[in-house]
Design a protein around this ligand. Sequence first.
Ligand code: AFP
Length: 340
Amino acid sequence: MKPISLIQFLIEERRAGRINAELSLLIEVVARACKRIAVAINKGALGGVLGNAGSDNVQGEAQKKLDVISNEILLEANAWGGHLAACASEEMEDPQPIPDMYPKGHHLLLFDPLDGSSNIDVNISVGTIFSVLRSPDGVEEPKAEHFLQPGTTQLAAGYVVYGPATLLVLTFGHGTHEFTLDREVGSFVLSRRNLRIPEETAEFAINMSNQRHWEAPMQRYIGELLAGQDGPRGKDFNMRWVASMVADVHRILSRGGVFFYPLDAKLKAKAQTGKLRLMYEANPMAFIVEQAGGSASTGRARILDLEPTALHQRVPVFLGSKNEVAMAVRYHAEADGAQG
Ligand code: AFP
């Protein structure tokens, strides 16, 4: 079969009436920006891009040089095309308006420009995550409050994983599709259509070093997986943790599995409601995973149904194979019920 480029795929989606020209352009622009990010990452130490930038982001986390570079690449690429009303990023406290000299579009773009960036200096996969919303009608200059729409309203979501190959995974709400960057030609090419996450799995992803801080239902659920064949589950489970959500989610989309970043006492002590950010990490990943037949929950609610309260809000994240997410959610409901 002839390879299908991302551009051709977008044209077909337009013809099928699933996206409009502006959204198609937006995805093209984000994909082009991510190719530039991939080039910067690939240069590594030779490009002088490793290490800390010497600044903190809005969450008080030390920024890597590549966090700052990736953010700038995405902002610059998206400023002038006329497809956006505003963008928001993990790296900026407030949304970035479109400069007055350029036309404005009807979309809002949220992104985590370089997720997993603490892995950069050790040459482990990192990624870009993005979410697209409609800008509310009649709003000239969107503010943070205009981005606070539930995940169910996303028009598109995707991520790029910068690994051994650079891959783009994308959904418009009609399945989840994977494109591989052909470096010689310089374009993303459809490599897998309609990814499916098996309902059953024997592989989980969690940062086990936080075990003693977890809530009781999380302790119970993971304890049963660790007990393996001798425990109540009657089978052995394998564990993987890359500490780059994009890489962990991509593995789950490729061979199944379940990912957890639960709320724990360590986060609560810092007055945090989770580790991962709702608007540009949890929501787009939840959309992608649900479109591939998986589930995504906070342990107590479906992520896509959450009513956001702040641009940089954090939430617990459980996502992946349906049956495992359901079991972990059931243990939380039982524990909450027992507490009255
Ligand atoms: P960084 O972007 O600061 O490296 O954080 C990555 C991340 O948000 C997500 O990609 C990982 O799943 C998670 O944090 C890893 O967190 P731990 O370092 O606590 O395991």
